[in-house]
Ligand binder design. Structure first.
Ligand SMILES: N[C@@H](CCC(=O)N[C@@H](CS)C(=O)NCC(=O)O)C(=O)O
Length: 155
């Protein structure tokens, strides 16, 4: 049994996010990736046995423990290495890292909606404000993360 098994898809930005974290933490070689198909309209019953949300990424550890939701997986990866932490233990550094992640995740979720063509009027309005607010310093970190994840998708 591999040390870790990741339900994976090349199309999932959240899978790409956790793979970036895995590389940053030096763990990529310890993860077996299994191509798993998910779609909001069609729950993956097999995957639901491990993750009732039928979502990617879902990580299974060698002892059968299942970890899901990309922030949880990234935090778990961060416990497995001795290098510089993605999520420092002390505040306010930890808060800043978690806030950056939240901003990046939010932007990634909106980008995914845009890709699926399920963008709502609310998202349209949001985009309009964001376009006018590109220079907001508090947006920079989240955008950097989002662009990085999406850049991998497009690359
Ligand atoms: N908050 C979750 C979002 C995961 C997510 O939305 N994954 C998409 C693929 S990118 C998915 O599994 N969609 C299938 C569905 O919503 O049923 C995370 O950060 O892992």
């Amino acid at each position: 049994m591999p040390e870790m098994l990741l339900h994976w898809s090349p199309r999932s930005p959240f899978v790409r996010k956790v793979m970036i974290a895995a590389h940053e933490c030096g763990l990529a070689d310890r993860i077996e990736r299994v191509r798993t198909v998910v779609a909001a309209a069609t729950p993956n019953i097999e995957l639901m046995k491990e993750n009732p949300q039928s979502r990617l990424p879902t990580l299974r550890l060698a002892d059968g423990t299942v970890v899901y939701d990309s922030p949880v997986i990234c935090e778990y990866f961060d416990t497995l290495h001795g290098g510089a932490k993605l999520f420092p233990e002390s505040f306010p550094e930890r808060l800043v890292a978690l806030r950056r992640q939240s901003l990046g995740d939010g932007g990634t979720a909106r980008a995914a909606e845009r890709r699926r063509g399920t963008k709502s009027d609310v998202v349209d309005e949001y985009d309009e404000h964001i376009r006018g607010a590109r220079r907001w310093p508090q947006l920079r970190d989240g955008r950097v993360l989002c662009v990085r994840v999406l850049g991998v998708i497009r690359g």
